[in-house]
Design a protein around this ligand. Sequence first.
Ligand SMILES: Nc1ncnc2c1ncn2[C@@H]1O[C@H](COP(=O)(O)OP(=O)(O)OP(=O)(O)O)[C@@H](O)[C@H]1O
Length: 896
Amino acid sequence: MSKNKLKTEKPENKKPKGAAPNPDVLKKDKEPEVKVKELVKDERTHKVMGVFFLLLSVYCFIAFTSYLFTWEDDQDKVFRYSTQELLIGDVKVDNLLGRLGAYVSHNFFFNGVGVAAYLFCYFFFIIGVNFIVGRRVFRVWRNVKYILFGLLFVSMTLAFLAGGFDFPWGGALGNALNKWTSGFVGKTGTALLLLVAGFSWLIWKFNFDFKWPEKKVKPPKPAPVAPPVTPLAAAAAAVTPAAATPPPVKEADRKNGLREDSGVMVIPPAAEEDLDEFSPMELVEREEITVIPSHVPHVPPVVPPAPILNEPEEEEEEGEELMLELKELPEMEEGEDEDPGPLLYIEETPAEEVAPTPKKKNAPQEVAFEIKPTFQDEEEEVEEVAAVRPVVPADPYDPSLDLRDYQYPTLDLLENHNADKVIVQDTSELEKNKNQIIDTLKNYDISIQKISATVGPTVTLYEIVPAAGVRISRIKNLEDDIALSLSALGIRIIAPIPGKGTIGIEVPNVKKTIVSLKNMLASEKFQSSTMDLPIAIGKKIDNENFIADLAKMPHLLMAGATGQGKSVGINTLLVSLLYKKHPSQLKFVLVDPKKVELSLYKLIEKHFLAKLPGEDDAIITDTKKVIHTLNALCIEMDLRYDLLKEAGTRNIREYNNKFTQRRLNPLKGHRYLPFIVLVVDEFADLIMTAGKEVEMPIARLAQLARAVGIHLIIATQRPSVNIITGTIKANFPARVAFKVSSKIDSRTILDIGGAEQLIGQGDMLVSFNGELVRLQCAFVDTPEVENVAEFIGNQKGYPDAFLLPEYVDDKDSDGKELTLADRDPLFEEAAQVIVQTQQGSTSLLQRRMKLGYNRAGRLMDQLEAASIVGPNMGSKARDVLVKTDAELQEILNNLL
Ligand SMILES: Nc1ncnc2c1ncn2[C@@H]1O[C@H](COP(=O)(O)OP(=O)(O)OP(=O)(O)O)[C@@H](O)[C@H]1O
């Protein structure tokens, strides 16, 4: 019914208003052009061509083979009769394919290329297959090159070898080539030429490995242990990460794509021939095949140690050699060459003082050295050291050494969830959906040229190429009507698919596949990722793993109605990070107003969690404490910026590099900075209870914290505009939407509709880098998270969680008189810092004691009240009025 109605409306559709020209006239003008084009492009034409070439190939094959047996008799007849007589007349031949067969074979063999004529059968075959299948199963141009070479080489070789026979082995071409070459370079030359050509082709094709058997080299003896090894040097040697060196990959395994160290099957890149082109109704089932090992050993990232002494390999002057070492010293600021760990300093004693040794070239060991451990917090020693020539410290600083035995969680802690490796979609379902789509579009008078299907874990994407002349905007306008007509739940129309000019219709699969996090973490992409904070989010429709770097995102906003997969999504992100990061490199700040969602992570408090000083629980559930924690994070951010500025670095990566190279002085407050990831499970709840007090620090962190390694993951059930305000949104370029309840919610979170049409259970849209991608979120169940948390929690951790700077709420202390009775608990410590360093600087207190500006300022006022420092002098540091510890102790005793 609607069909007829719509068809009668057609002219109106084309030209809605105004004095339109007669549509029939216009149509007639355009029709022929469109038809020829369509005919050429039409897949049926291609199929017909395919059948033709395949039959041609078979025909030639039969004719040629028959010719091998009947050539003697048939050749006579071909010679005797003219072409016309032969083809039209009544001549009897023996070839299985009659006169035409005899004629064609004779011309291909005798007048052509001899036995090499079979290469033509092959050529027709590949053309036929390509046409019939509708894609380049065989690469035509490459094959043409091989065939041309084959024609020349085979015909000439056969003519050369079998020149005396009657049978046209090499055909006219082979004979001619052979004749000319033999005349030019002689018989022997021709033979050599053919051998060279033959071998060249074989080498080119198979790339043989010509290996000369290698001389057996004795393994070098282990270097003798240096006689005066201090305990310190021994400790440094123990750091050498022998275990960290990945085991060598066996040659055979490498060829097979099996990486021994990870147990991960790496799929070799698809052969060129396999590359597909867009084809009618093709089924795309691409799956990253991974062999999931029961145990994937992880190797903590340990930087290989630098040699203690660089012994030059080439001949060099002795003096120059020492110069070389000195040149290698890192550029340090004055007095910055100390760091807290024990260092190796090499004291050079003039050779003649130790023993008179004759000067020799290339004998560095003969310069007398004494290796002395020094500890920098002992001041006299530091001074002593300043007098000697320090050498580059032996090893780069390795932050993971505090927990050097830490084992990364293994994959056997996770479940497979029966996630099928290959997604098998019922072909009848595909066919049914395809026909329904075609029929529905026909109802709206939209004809299509091609349709292809890509089966994903939860939905199948039908990609449509509209027929020539159909405007995509028309389909876009009809989006809702088409969705209604298809009447399947969760249909999403993408018109057009960005960058493709095709239209996508996503239809939910009847049988959905769970994407297990285990599979994703076992994938080569994740295992070999070098991202700072790799997160395995889920699988795209084409089954490609979507793994992103949270550090680049740099923050993530997640929304979704209740029960659609948000908590699973957060667990997925957290577990991915736990599988890739050492506790020294990453800390989580977990905010869980719902109190139960993140409680599992309590077990890893001493490894991966950060908390406020003095707090019992690292997982924050109370709104007041959330405000304190967020402000503490802001202080940490400011402190980190100060450190970055002092170090002359722009971001956490550069800073940590400089620190691990021991180019930053920990006595000046420098430290290794772990990444901090703040996770808020229910943001709406926080905004409802604390409003601006929460929004402001979140917005500040979102705006500034990326460079100093603080990243935010904020989740909310209610993505309404009063919760996700403009300020928040502007600073969260990466957003994730699970199914939401309305189009408005979808717009709030993604700036576009679509999330309301998702089908739940981890079906999600990710807006990142200006692209909108539909993913099936990787699934990790609560018991799995528990396993991972237990595995980590049972290992030795730090004494406490990572402590954030203390934050004192101005409201708590404002209005109070600054009396000595109200002294800050850190008063004594602050006084000691000031007296020991003799610097009355507030920022020094901030850095040394990890305090916020307000608290450090208050402490300074209290120190002033106690006459330990002088009054504020603007930008200059205050005078320190107490010069010695004894003096300070007396003042402190009097204050009690
Ligand atoms: N990626 C996924 N794959 C398969 N099933 C999933 C996935 N994510 C979630 N589910 C299913 O959906 C259920 C609800 O998920 P989840 O608890 O994460 O929802 P939620 O959005 O956090 O809900 P709430 O806001 O009420 O906590 C899960 O128990 C699971 O059965």
